[in-house]
Design a protein around this ligand. Structure first.
Ligand code: UDP
Ligand code: MG
Length: 139
């Protein structure tokens, strides 16, 4: 059975552009409850660790530089079928391919600077949530 939690980050491009409020409104309207949330900044080391799965990809260094370039909002979200429903809400990685009305269609500028992260599995939601929050912070 699908789990009920996912993990998200509003990326530095969207924070810089002043889209935190509008993106959180979309997330709330879609029925997600905020379990934990913080404004924070990733060091290059932490960004590299978070995206270690992409280490061999050509865009890895660019991704690490971008993700450590400014503040982000990290959050754990709860809803039935959270991972899949949140991926639907954010849209495709490349905003030119993202469905109309999705967060990436509305706020992303490129395949790299694409406004928001969403976990791709229940297992990764757990790993990524724990990367940013102590278990005792989750309620
Ligand atoms: N990315 C990139 N170039 C690419 C593919 C991905 O810069 O060709 C970046 C982009 O910010 C993306 C992140 O790397 O969100 C992680 O890639 P993934 O394929 O996991 O996409 P996502 O799960 O975020 O949709
Ligand atoms: Mg991914």
């Amino acid at each position: 059975m699908a789990g009920n939690k996912t993990f998200t980050m509003i990326k530095p491009d969207a924070v810089k552009a002043g889209h935190i409020g509008a993106i959180m409104a979309k997330i709330n309207e879609a029925g997600f409850r905020i379990v934990a949330m913080k404004l924070t900044k990733l060091s290059p080391e932490k960004a590299g660790e978070f995206y270690a799965v992409h280490k061999e990809r050509p865009f890895y260094q660019e991704l690490v530089d971008f993700m450590s370039s400014g503040p982000i909002v990290a959050a754990i979200l709860e809803k039935d079928n959270a991972v899949e429903d949140f991926r639907t809400l954010i849209g495709a990685t490349d905003p030119s391919k993202a469905a109309p009305g999705t967060i990436r269609a509305l706020f992303a500028t490129s395949i790299g600077e694409n406004a928001i992260h969403g976990s791709d599995s229940d297992e990764n939601a757990q790993i990524e949530g724990s990367f940013h929050f102590a278990v005792t912070e989750m309620f």
